[in-house]
Ligand binder design. Structure first.
Ligand SMILES: [Zn+2]
Length: 382
């Protein structure tokens, strides 16, 4: 067995009790709660405490960070104060120059450090947009393995997106490492986008992040980025959606992809934030995006989405827990599913929200979780 460098507790059999638990897809508050685990699977959930059980203040589903660029942790705040397009533009943007100059060892170390940081913040799962073709994905998978990161979902991309022949070859090789492709933007030749769509890989794509690039897309192709993505890529996941035309909104409702919002990243680049009122009812997840600019703190992303986007606190908490869990085929905290949770100790003033509705509980937790000790609890068949 490899020793784990990070705070994950594997639970095969045992009983856990907490003063407060948030259970199921609705995050229904139980106060107190007892959860029994057999062979790594939750077999019993009951209101009440039990003697001899492992004790926490709060038990809630483990989070999942639905959009990151982990390797960019190597270049922390290198683009501070620069506009988005100068930082991330393909080929000559700052980040791509830095990625080309960095050695593999440096990038691998950055990914490891990023994933360890994520775990220390209580998050055992990320979806990582990985640059550098199949080799880039292999690098990410190796880094995740080395630190024992439990749920690393790489979304790879072909090395050179301008050459349709290279694209097809890389898409075939990507399938050895991942079921996902992460497309950086839709300002690419139609044949390239169609090859990606037809690759058999599940497609995620950045769209409608800034007015500047949406206008450029309309000028070049006559449609918005989201329209072009839906038409040529049929994505399962769309990332950003800061800009939304009425037509974009209609298309999102018809396609019903996972919509991944990254409001702190959008604010970092001074792009505004998505209009949550127009996204209500869609499947919303949250991601911390570029690790050059943002630390992988999903709780903070959720707190921000509540305060800045106007999501209800419980919906913001769902957007970093049960919503991505359902999409990425991970368990939620309830009977019959493998244990996948975080246990919190040292949560201040918990008694002041115990017995209250889920929004008050979620609002409190999103503010004070930074003060708590977090343990990631994962069921293990033994
Ligand atoms: Zn991104």
């Amino acid at each position: 067995m490899r020793a784990e460098a990070v705070p994950v507790r594997r639970v095969s059999d045992g009983v856990i009790t907490a003063d407060l638990g948030l259970l199921g897809e609705d995050l229904e508050p139980y106060s107190p709660v007892t959860v029994e685990v057999r062979n790594g699977v939750v077999r019993r959930v009951e209101e009440g405490r039990e003697r001899g059980a492992r004790r926490y203040d709060v038990l809630l589903p483990a989070p999942f960070n639905a959009h990151v660029h982990a390797a960019d942790w190597a270049f922390r705040h290198a683009g501070l104060g620069m506009p988005l397009e100068r930082v991330v533009a393909p080929r000559d943007g700052l980040k791509h120059r830095l990625l080309r100059e960095a050695g593999e060892g440096e990038l691998e170390a950055a990914i490891r450090e990023f994933l360890e940081t994520s775990l220390h913040l209580g998050c055992p799962g990320v979806a990582d947009f990985r640059e550098g073709g199949p080799e880039g994905v292999e690098l990410g998978v190796g880094a995740a393995d080395r630190v024992g990161f439990p749920e690393y979902v790489p979304m790879g991309r072909p090395r050179d997106l301008s050459d349709p022949n290279l694209v097809e070859e890389d898409l075939r090789r990507l399938r050895d490492f991942t079921e996902f492709v992460g497309v950086p933007d839709v300002h690419l030749p139609e044949e390239v986008l169609e090859a990606i769509r037809d690759s058999g890989l599940r497609v995620f794509v950045h769209v409608n992040e800034s007015w500047r690039s949406v206008r450029e897309c309309v000028r070049r192709y006559g449609v918005t980025e989201l329209e072009r993505a839906v038409e040529l890529l049929e994505p399962e996941g769309v990332v950003h959606c800061v800009i939304l035309t009425e037509r974009d909104e209609e298309l999102l409702r018809d396609l019903n992809p996972l919509v991944v919002l990254c409001p702190r990243s959008n604010e970092y680049f001074d792009l505004g934030v998505p209009d949550y009122d127009r996204l209500r009812g869609l499947r919303i997840a949250l991601g911390t995006d570029n690790a050059m600019c943002l630390e992988p703190d999903v709780w903070e992303e959720a707190r921000y989405a509540w305060l800045r986007l106007g999501m209800k606190p419980a919906d913001a908490l769902r957007a970093v827990t049960v919503v991505p869990a359902r999409f990425f085929d991970l368990p939620v905290l309830r009977e019959g599913e493998r244990l996948r949770a975080v246990g919190l100790k040292g949560v201040p003033a918990l008694g002041r929200v115990a017995g209250e509705g889920v929004d008050r509980v979620a609002a409190h937790l999103l503010q004070v979780i930074k003060l708590a000790e977090i343990e990631v609890l994962l069921g293990d068949a033994g």
